[in-house]
Design a protein around this ligand. Sequence first.
Ligand SMILES: Cc1ncc(COP(=O)(O)O)c(C=O)c1O
Length: 461
Amino acid sequence: MSNPDGSRADSLHQAARRNLWLHFTRMSSYADADMPVIVRGSGQYVFDDRGKRYLDGLSGLFVTQIGHGRTEVAEAGARQASELAYFPLWSYAHPRAIELAERLAGLSPGDLNRVFFTTSGSEAVESAWKLAKQYFRTIGQPGRYKVLSREIAYHGTSMGALAITGLPSIKEPFEPLPPGGVRVPNTNFYRAPEFVAGDLDAFGRWAADEIERAIVREGPESVAAVFLEPVQNSGGCFPPPPGYFDRVREICDRYGVLLVSDEVICAFGRLGHYFGSERYRYQPDIITFAKGITSGYSPLGGMLVSDRLMEPFAGGPATFLHGVTFAGHPVSAAVALANLDVFEKEDLLGNVRANEAAFSATLSKLSDLPIVGDVRGAGYFYGIELVKDKASRETFNDEESERLLRGYLSPALFEAGLVCRTDDRGDPVIQLAPPLTCTQQHFDEMEQILRGVLTSAWSRI
Ligand SMILES: Cc1ncc(COP(=O)(O)O)c(C=O)c1O
């Protein structure tokens, strides 16, 4: 729709300012400024309403694995909407949900054969906690309700998922949250405690053993599950030290606690495998997923569960008392199947594995800048930690973070044509998670934009 005295873009911006509420966004920033409006995507790039092109260095929000503008995936959704747009998974099944569940069971590690769909990652995490609680109640261990998760880790925003999340700043306005969330240290080796600094193996042993200490302290009979991402996103990509997950698995087994691998970001190729747990060779009891399963062409999430957890619900009257209307939506399930077809046809996992060293090496070139403290990650999933003093690893105070990240870096990177994420919920980091189709030319483009913007950021400190 065009307005009489201006462009369509102007009327869109006015309507956005009047009526739209953005998530996790300080809306006052847009009181006198236009919010970015992204109208179109093609491959690794998106375009705004004024026609400007941006390299999508974050796959939207860790989502668009296959890249933008894939008509075959869009058409699979459209075909499904014509055939059967909607039917619930409450007491009924539909073909695409069955086919997708079968396909995921075939791709997942070990005995994770049962799929419970949701529409999002938060719902997947929420579902996993609820299943853990009801499972233990059903098998005669009703005292187990607590969940361990890591400091600074993000596991979603619904009340249960938020109770598992380890970011105090986004929890505080919603306290009291459901009881039972317990924090353990994360695997940020760059900020390892003095007594294990410089020794990755010792650090990994310590971080895993902290999980055991927390279980013992809380009382093992009260602990239901440990929620861990293969590579922790929030805080800026913390890969697990060698042996960390083996040790965590042993600890969980020792105390009868479930290991939930929250793979909302790390599944579907982000780390070069269908599942992050496959890359690090551990066997979870539950995997939570969302985001990349459809590459964002339609929303979908879920959890993959071991046969063992399903067993108490497989016979007699026991029922998992949980569900949501749009879970496993037929259009989303059709889109997910088409998305996985693209993964196979184009060997996207192979592309990530073949290029991840080049991605890492290209980003690591930025280490010559005085503001870059650490470059870390795995696969197509990297964080760059920014510091005020490289030698001492001193970080920025709140005022500097505000001025640097929010005031300068975020808008400047976008202005320079790169979609990425600046995050100061832990120490300040820039995060990158580009589409899995990216190659050296895209890595170079990211590096060059980051180099220019970080250099001028340094001159403003
Ligand atoms: C590890 C993890 N778990 C859960 C979530 C929540 O997913 P959603 O935003 O789809 O609710 C996220 C979102 O980024 C996530 O990264």
